[in-house]
Design a protein around this ligand. Structure first.
Ligand code: EPU
Length: 419
């Protein structure tokens, strides 16, 4: 297995471009199933999760072409198979995103039930309840979800809990349902708005994405389009956190700062100076030590769970004590044990982490457990004394495009060690 070797102590300086957002791209690739024509996606990030989604569509018979400008053209109009097998679903839970589109377009789907994962049990009951309310018949058999529907019929659905991919799944299914669907208690993440914009370009009639209520008027078919994947707000925020812990001065281009309001507020509270224009964010951290910042994760527009691990590192080297509450996933503190091996002083109590700032972190051999946990270990390595080796970095390659290249460009010293 490949590892990253990080020599700590360099501060980050310079300007980088933000890559396309994984969590915007995945539902869009799934949404191509709804369409009768070709879809071209630009600015797709080169990531393992994107490859896995293509592999899934390919296994069902989709035709995927890559041109010389790295744009992907996908024809999912005549799938031969409507099954997502366990081998693929177990490597990527977002495979569940094909459920809604398959039932809406082909009237059936057989999807392996995603199991638990490193950050929690992550059930899909909200997806299934909502799809049933649209008229699908759902059975769980031999570890698979078997869904079928002669036709989906629009109705009013209130989600039992806020779910990002659940909202996306049902929004996609409702595009081809008969009549009008109204969704409440929905996720309001920017990626929901991105998906609605993409579907509307394909001819869907969706209003209200990004607010508490989404209204979808069903249409009989969707047409082809070309769409560019928006920038990855979590990638941008991770680099800003890296500059904060290394007393750096960086600019990220291509990202809309409105998507990161809560994170930018917390970075400022920690002592960073931030300036933004419409499409870029600059951060400068001149203070030696960050100030401790309390954080409670919650669905958008609140502080994102996907930035909790990175802020654990900011707080770990801060001048004082802070509290982090994780309210979205029940087990998203796996990075803490590894951070403590690097000299952090963090105690976990249920969904709370009490972080006592320490003077120095020290390099160590550490193990990544999930995508954002790996990012936090890299950040810790960047500001630690000596060498850090991060193992199991296949987690990081699922969600950060060329991370060591981008960080080295900003002045870090990171080498990828071969297996
Ligand atoms: N939940 C249920 N039942 C459901 C669905 C969700 O109980 O049917 C619970 C989950 O167990 C969790 C909470 O609801 O406790 C929120 O889960 P959600 O469904 O919103 O998460 P997700 O859609 O599976 C997406 C992102 C995650 C991100 C979360 C929260 C994608 C592909 N994934 O996951 O991204 O953490 O929303 O914002 O969009 C990552 O990029 O590292 C990542 C994990």
């Amino acid at each position: 297995m490949e590892k990253l070797l990080i020599k700590g102590g360099n501060s980050l300086h310079g300007t980088i471009n933000c890559s396309g957002a994984k969590n915007a791209a995945l539902p869009m690739i799934a949404a191509t199933i709804l369409c009768n024509e070709k879809i071209t996606l630009k600015n797709l990030p080169y990531l393992q999760d994107i490859t896995t989604m293509f592999e899934l569509l390919g296994s069902m018979g989709a035709n995927i072409l890559l041109d010389e400008n790295m744009n992907f053209t996908i024809s999912s109009n005549e799938l031969l198979d409507t099954e997502a097998r366990y081998e693929l679903v177990k490597t990527m839970r977002a495979s569940i995103l094909v459920l809604g589109p398959l039932v809406a377009k082909y009237g059936k789907a057989r999807i392996a039930l995603p199991g638990g994962c490193a950050i929690g049990s992550r059930p899909v009951n909200f997806h299934l309840d909502a799809l049933e309310q649209l008229g699908a018949k759902i059975e769980l058999k031999n570890g698979y979800i078997e869904a079928s529907a002669k036709e989906l019929i629009g109705t009013s659905i209130k989600f039992d809990g806020i779910t990002v991919t659940g909202t996306e799944n049902i929004m996609m299914a409702a595009c081809l349902a008969k009549g009008t669907t109204s969704l409440t208690n929905v996720a309001k993440e920017p990626e929901i708005e991105d998906l609605a914009e993409f579907l509307n370009e394909m001819g869907a009639k969706i209003k209200g994405a990004g607010t508490d209520k989404i209204i979808i008027e069903g249409v009989s078919e969707l047409k082809g389009t070309t769409f560019s994947i928006p920038a990855d707000r979590i990638e941008a925020a991770t680099y800003l956190a890296a500059a904060t812990v290394t007393q750096g001065n960086i600019c990220i281009k291509g990202i809309n700062p409105k998507r990161l309001k809560k994170v930018l507020d917390k970075l400022e509270e920690s002592g960073a100076e931030i300036s933004c224009d419409e499409n870029s964010i600059s951060l400068s951290m001149s203070k030696q030590k960050p100030k401790p910042v309390d954080i409670t994760t919650a669905p958008f527009p609140e502080f994102p769970t996907d930035m909790q691990a990175q802020f654990s590192v900011i707080n770990a080297i801060a001048d004082g004590t802070s509290n982090i509450y994780e309210t979205v996933f029940e087990n998203r503190f796996m990075h803490i044990q590894e951070l403590n091996r690097m000299g952090c002083d963090i105690e976990v109590n249920g969904n709370q982490a009490i972080v006592k700032g320490v003077k120095n972190l020290y390099g160590a051999e550490v193990m990544a457990t999930d995508l954002r946990a790996s990012a936090s270990l890299i950040l810790a390595g960047l500001c630690a004394e000596g060498q850090t080796i991060v193992d199991r970095i296949y987690h990081i390659d699922r969600g950060y495009e060329r991370i060591e290249e981008k960080l080295n460009y900003l002045g870090a010293d990171i080498i990828r060690l071969p297996s």
